[in-house]
Design a protein around this ligand. Sequence first.
Ligand code: SF4
Length: 514
Amino acid sequence: IKIFVPRDAAALSVGADEVAAAIASEAKKRKLQVEIVRNGSRGMLYLEPLVEVTTANGRVAYGPVAPSDVASLFDAGFLEGKAHALGHGLTEEIPYFKNQERLTFARCGITDPLSIEDYRSHGGFVGLAKALQMKPIDIVTEVTTSGLRGRGGAGFPTGIKWKTVHDLPAGEKYVACNADEGDSGTFADRMLMEGDPFCLIEGMTIAAIAGGAQKGYIYVRSEYPHSVHVLREAIEIARRANWLGDNIQGTKHSFDLFVRMGAGAYICGEETSMLESIEGKRGIVRYKPPIPAIEGLFGKPTIINNVMSFAAVPIIIDKGGEFYRDYGVGRSRGTLAFQIAGNIKQGGLVEKAFGVTTRQLIEDWGGGTATGRPVRAVQVGGPLGAYIPESKFDVPMDYEEFAKVDAMVGHGGLVVFDDTVDMAKQARFAMEFCTIESCGKCTPCRIGSTRGVEVIDKIIDDIDRTKNLALLEDLCVTMADGSLCAMGGLTPFPVMSAVRGFPEDFHKPSPNKF
Ligand code: SF4
């Protein structure tokens, strides 16, 4: 009998290791033979630690399980999938899971992340095996056909980036994966790296073949030690199985992969800053041009994408660009891994085609707020994303539709707030975040954000409120127009979305005033 207990950091943080140990000890006590598999997470984080048992009908789920529940699970007959107060029936019939469209996360939570045999028996390396036999330009064409756009937040067409590197003369070239997932409320990259690391390795290797690169780097934030550990082990396993290294699977293609750990700066999620950091320098933004596709890592042509973009590639090559393009709306094709966090009852990851709405995500999947109070605002797209009021909850998740309402889909993170939130304080928080994380290279961001915090403080303290609101708006325009990168350029989004979407929070009488 196989029992699955996730090894994902989210599950570990709520006691998955202790649950696995309790199951092993209880089985021993009862003289029962069980095999405990440490899988990735299914993404229903509100049910973690989610224990699954294989039955003739499929896997049956129990959660959230505490070590103290284990004896009663055995008593109830959970090894045969029998009913228990923590039981949810067949995992894949749980509506939260069933109503998703899992392409990138198709294997996550199902396989043993470090079993290459498991990976292959669930469709792994089919895309790469095909790519090894394809002309590089045909791989680029397939990715272009799929309509895949950078999942890190910017939404730049992946095929164009790859073509730029492909078209440059053969020579030293690189692939770099941005796994510096620093946006508040996001965890999709981490979940994939810990739950299905071979998928990322496969996607990056396909990119290397397309672009003619010999070496790749995965830049992982230091806050993700489990991801670093799993990736390094997976890379070793892939090398031993000749899916990485020289003459992959007996072909002329060679590619090797290395993991680099960041040191905790948000700005290293900006692609040129990340390149500086991989090169061993301080993470500071580079001027563009030259674009990294032409002069990237060590001054050489480099394909840079984030984890989600690379991880989407194996299925695109396996099933074809048109298969992937059939999901989504408008120019936003395929699926996005939405991450629902903050004040939410059922937090977790929902992979869904573009076009789903904020309301569907927070109500149908999230089940409303954890506090049970009405939702007042949702910040979509990380700390540089807009705070969306209820009136915009029905705008479809689509890069262009969100841009029309001065918001951005970004990396797909949603942070939910109930009606007790003070949006003036959230505006201050957004501006303060910029003062802390600014790399300091340009004035509008470095100085502007500090002045911005001071101005918001005056507004909160009701000092010349009308004049200071106008000053804040003026400052935001300067930051948006004059900053070198998205850090300073996008900070005005959350700030001004709070001012415009929730004006009452900026006009109420100060509690300090008599
Ligand atoms: Fe650095 Fe901010 Fe300028 Fe970006 S906008 S280059 S983070 S100072």
